[in-house]
Structure formats: C-alpha cells, structure tokens
Design a protein around this ligand. Structure first.
Ligand code: AZE
Length: 171
C-alpha cells in the first residue's frame, strides 16, 4: 500500500533477525543448528551481516561460531559475493556466492550459494538456507512458495530442519 510515509517505506534488508529453519549442507564443516543471521546496512550504505550457529571443530569441540560478512554487488541485484570470517581465527573464512532466491521480507527468505559448478552446469557443492522471521518455523502460508523454490533449485528433499534449542540464550 502507498501512504507516502517515509517510515513505512520498505527496504530489502533491515536489522531484524532471520532464523534459519532449514538448510542444505555443503561438503565439509558447516553450521549445525541454532543458526541466526542479521543483515545490516552500515552508515556508509554498505551491507554487512552477522551470523551465529553451533559448530563442531577440531574433533569434537562444540562452540557457537560468531561470523561476520561483507558483500559485493554483482551485475544481478539479488546476487552478491559474500566475504566472511569468524570472530576467532580458527573459524572458517571464505568468499561465497550469496543469492537471495526469494523473500517476502517479513516472513521468509530462500538463500542459495553454489561453491562449485560442475562441468554440466549443475551445482557440485553448495549450500542453501531457508530463513524465517519466526523462530518456530515457516508460517503455513509461506510453505508453498518455499517448496516451489526448493524444487527450482533442484534441492527438494535435501534440506534438514535447523533446530533452535538454545535460542538466543546460548549466544
Ligand atoms: C550466512 C548468512 C549471512 C552471514 C554469513 C552466513 C554464512 C556463514 C557460514 C559460516 C560457517 C562457519 C563455520 C565455522 C567452523 C549465509 C548464514 C556469514 C557459512 C563452518
């Protein structure tokens, strides 16, 4: 709706928390559960993000990974390059694709990142997150749209539910 109120103008990203409710893992180490992400717009207008999640590193050391990311634009406004690193240097660093496949901004978002494209053009190694604004999961009315995107990404049946057991308390 249009009411010309500056305060009501919708932006793509804001400072709210996104709860990962589903994920498709890449090869190797990855965030296990209790994954939350926050997208921020810095004072200079650049987009940054923080993410947290439970990881197990160095055979059986369980911890909460605090991650930071900066983004670079590409020719496509919904496709970013994400440079990320951990609060501690034994966490992972990387430069991954960060594609926003679909979002209604208020309730759900489908994220996708292919790390390695195969010779036939399909994805050989990648990961994807389903994010919700609601820690309890996707609303029933968002499930069809998310299902459709999973199908289009050729990842149907490859996702696992992301538990939020510790909630924010574990952070
Ligand atoms: C993402 C949301 C935006 C910010 C970041 C994200 C990804 C983080 C990782 C972290 C991996 C950490 C590991 C540590 C041992 C996409 C969730 C930074 C992939 C494996």
């Amino acid at each position: 709706a249009q009411d010309c109120q500056v305060a009501n103008i919708k932006v793509i990203f804001d400072f709210w928390t996104w709860y990962a409710v589903g994920k498709k893992d890449p090869e190797g180490l990855f965030l296990l559960d209790n994954v939350i992400a926050q997208i921020n717009i810095e004072e200079d207008g650049r987009m940054t993000a923080t993410a947290q999640g439970r990881v197990i590193i160095l055979n059986n050391w369980e911890m909460c990974a605090h991650m930071f990311a900066t983004f670079e634009d590409t020719a496509d406004p919904a496709k970013f390059k994400m440079r990320y690193w951990g609060a501690a240097n034994y966490l992972q660093t990387g430069n991954d694709d960060h594609w926003v496949i679909d979002t209604d901004y208020d309730n759900y978002a489908v994220h996708y990142s292919c790390r390695q494209v195969d010779s036939d053009g399909t994805c050989l190694d990648g990961y994807s997150f389903i994010f919700s604004r609601h820690p309890t999961g996707l609303r029933p009315e968002d499930q069809l749209a998310v299902y459709q995107k999973k199908l289009e990404l050729c990842l149907l049946g490859k996702y696992r539910r992301v538990a939020h057991t510790g909630g924010l308390a574990m952070l």
